[in-house]
Structure formats: structure tokens, C-alpha cells
Ligand binder design. Structure first.
Ligand code: NDP
Length: 334
């Protein structure tokens, strides 16, 4: 069924330009009606380049428009909280970029206010929409490799020059809240559980300013004594992205699957050898915005909800605390 859905973009960002405008327009009835930028010239240029009728520097202007049903927030991480709260109070549904906020308290407050306002809150954790991860989830659920023992995630690459801004210079940047948080969300999706404790070491100074992590080695302990290792980073060119999940009877191998693009393969290796699983790839963001659009029209829930955003942030912040203190940190997901 076609649902006309008017969107406002909060943030004239790279991710909106590269992926999200297309994902909104791919939904039947999905229209981008206005964009908010803090800079009038950047907003005007962004609107013109992306065929958006209106631009504004006023959040209140954007939120007071009756033709906007939902907002997509992709500003700098420190702004998500106040913009999401304002949008919810104006009765707009909110698809927010990760991290939802910079503290678990603020992220939980976003969930509470959105629930109270009766609007849907989604977190744009795209990877759980990938055909690869959906297939891996199915294989684990079907018991294809038996009880889980351990996993490894490889999600380190080289940060493109065009992206070497806030990610490597500002305190709300760094690889942990930028990309490792996606790995955390993906693991929560694959295992249908939250980890119980976290340990991490970070590195800094190759691309990022000292004190901002441009590399991380993390360990999460999941229930049942399942250990997961994650390598994330901005500084290692040519590294493949992938995931391996080891069970009592075999291994699931996901290759090139930690990507925004609909690529990658999934194989199972066990006593019968290695077999590739047939996949039908689709655009990850199209699926995320399709599920979100259905949810705001009363059908189903977003791929990653506000609660998912809170949980993945809580785990990421436990890893940060571990890196700062050198201790294994117990995780309490609210
Ligand atoms: P950008 O740096 O492109 O945009 C973030 C903000 O920076 C914009 O809102 C914009 O402010 C400002 N900005 C953009 N260009 C300039 C410029 N030339 N000079 C000064 N300021 C500028 O960030 P990203 O698109 O990479 O990330 C935005 C958010 O999306 C982050 O929260 C990030 O974590 C998330 N993200 C999520 C991804 C996913 O796949 N889920 C992928 C990439 C990012 P203004 O709006 O005021 O113009």
C-alpha cells in the first residue's frame, strides 16, 4: 500500500546525500520536503544539488511544517539528542543516526519522549539489513553450527580523506562511536542477546588527534561464555571486512559483509566441507527506510529501534570505559 510520507532532513550531511535521500525516495510516496543546515549557503547548495524544494536554518521552521511527517537526523553526534527531542515534541517520527546520543541517559530519554509523544524512533544501524547478516542470523537460529563458542569481526579500513574531519578531530568522533557501534549492533542482532561484559584497548595518533581512537581491539563476553573479538579502525588500508562465527559443529564465514554496499558472501564450513549460501542482495538503506515507513503507518517496527540504539550505545560506552581504565566492564543495558 502507498503511504505518502513527507520527510525533513536535519543535517546537510554526506550520508544523507550519498544514501538516505535515495532510500526515502525509493519508498512509495516517500518525499524529501526540506533540509535543515546551520549554514544558509550550505543548505541552499545541498537543496539545489539534491532537488529539495526548501531549506532552512531554523529547526522550529522545519518542525512546524504540516507536510513533514518524519525527520532523519544526521547532524554531528552531539546534536542528535536535542534535535530528536524537539522533533518528537512536534509530533514527528524520528529516524536518527547512531550514536543516538553521547550518553545512555540521553539516549534513554529520547526513547521515553518518543514513546510519550506516540512517535516512532528508529536508529540507523544499517548492517542488520544486509542480506549477508540476515542469512547469518537464520543459520545461527536454525542451529546449523551448533552451540556458539566464539566470533571475530574484522571492520577496520582506511578512512577516506574526505571523511577525515570530525571523525578524527572532535571528541564526539573516533572509531568506536562511528563504526564499532555498528558491529556491536550487528552482534546483538545476530545473537539475539546483549553481551554481559566488555574489554578494549584503543590506539590513536596515526590519523586521529591524540585521545581520539583511530583503532580498537575489543572483546565482548556474551551469555553462555561466548567470546567475541572486534577489530575496528581508520588506519589500515586494504583490510578485508568480515565476520566469523564459531560453533560446536562448524563455522559461519561472512566475507566483505561489513559494508554499506549490498555485497559479500556467506559460507558454512563443517564436516562436509565449505558451502556458499545463496543470497539475494538488496540496498540496506532501502530496507531500513521501508521498515521504518511501515512502522510509522502502524505496521511492524523499525529494523533497529530506539531501544536497540540505547543498548548498542551502552555497550560501546562500556568498551570506552574499559579502554580508559584497563578493566573488564560489566554491561547493564537499560
Ligand atoms: P558530515 O560531516 O557529512 O555531516 C555532519 C554535519 O556536518 C552536517 O549536519 C553539516 O552541518 C556539517 N557539515 C557538512 N559539510 C560541512 C562542511 N563542508 N563544512 C562544515 N560543516 C559541514 O557527516 P556524515 O554524513 O559522515 O555523518 C553524519 C551522521 O551520520 C553522524 O552521526 C554519523 O555517525 C552518521 N553516519 C551513519 C552512517 C550509517 O551508515 N548509518 C554512515 C555515515 C555517517 P549542517 O547540517 O549544519 O550543514
Amino acid at each position: 500500500m502507498t503511504h505518502p510520507t513527507g520527510w525533513g532532513l536535519i543535517g546537510a550531511s554526506n550520508v544523507a546525500r550519498e544514501w538516505i535521500i535515495d532510500a526515502i525516495r525509493a519508498q512509495p510516496g516517500g518525499e524529501v520536503r526540506a533540509v535543515l543546515s546551520s549554514d544558509v549557503g550550505r543548505g541552499a547548495a545541498f537543496a539545489q544539488a539534491n532537488d529539495i524544494a526548501c531549506h532552512t536554518t531554523s529547526l522550529q521552521d522545519l518542525l512546524s511544517r504540516p507536510d513533514i511527517d518524519a525527520v532523519y537526523i544526521s547532524t554531528g553526534n552531539r546534536l542528535h539528542f536535542e534535535q530528536a527531542i524537539a522533533a518528537a515534541r512536534a509530533g514527528k517520527h524520528v529516524m536518527c543516526e547512531k550514536p543516538l546520543a553521547l550518553s545512555v541517559e540521553d539516549a534513554s530519554e529520547m526513547v521515553r519522549i518518543c514513546n510519550h509523544a506516540g512517535v516512532v524512533l528508529g536508529t540507523n544501524h544499517h548492517l542488520r539489513n544486509a542480506a549477508t547478516h540476515m542469512a547469518i542470523h537464520g543459520l545461527i537460529e536454525d542451529g546449523r553450527i551448533g552451540g556458539l563458542i566464539a566470533a571475530r569481526v574484522f571492520h577496520a579500513n582506511f578512512l577516506a580523506a574526505a571523511l577525515q574531519g570530525w571523525r578524527v578531530n572532535e571528541q564526539d568522533g573516533g572509531v568506536l562511536l562511528d563504526s564499532t557501534i555498528h558491529d556491536i549492533d550487528t552482534l546483538r542482532f545476530l545473537f539475539d542477546e546483549n553481551p554481559v561484559s566488555a574489554f578494549a584497548m584503543t590506539q590513536s595518533g596515526r590519523l586521529a588527534r591524540d585521545g581520539i581512537a583511530d583503532g580498537i581491539m575489543a572483546i565482548l563476553r556474551f551469555p553462555g561464555d561466548v567470546l567475541v573479538q572486534i577489530h575496528g579502525g581508520y588506519t589500515t588500508p586494504f583490510s578485508p571486512g568480515g565476520i566469523e562465527i564459531m560453533g560446536e559443529r562448524g563455522i559461519i564465514i561472512g566475507r566483505d559483509c561489513m559494508s554499506q554496499r549490498p555485497i559479500g558472501t556467506v559460507s558454512v564450513r563443517d564436516a562436509d566441507g565449505e558451502r556458499e549460501i545463496a543470497l539475494k542482495h538488496h540496498n540496506l538503506y532501502h530496507r531500513a527506510f521501508g521498515l521504518f515507513t511501515s512502522a510509522i503507518h502502524g505496521d511492524g517496527r523499525p529494523a533497529a529501534s530506539g531501544e536497540d540504539g540505547v543498548a548498542s550505545l551502552a555497550i560501546a560506552l562500556a568498551l570506552r570505559e574499559s579502554a580508559l581504565t584497563g578493566r573488564e566492564i560489566g554491561i547493564n543495558v537499560p
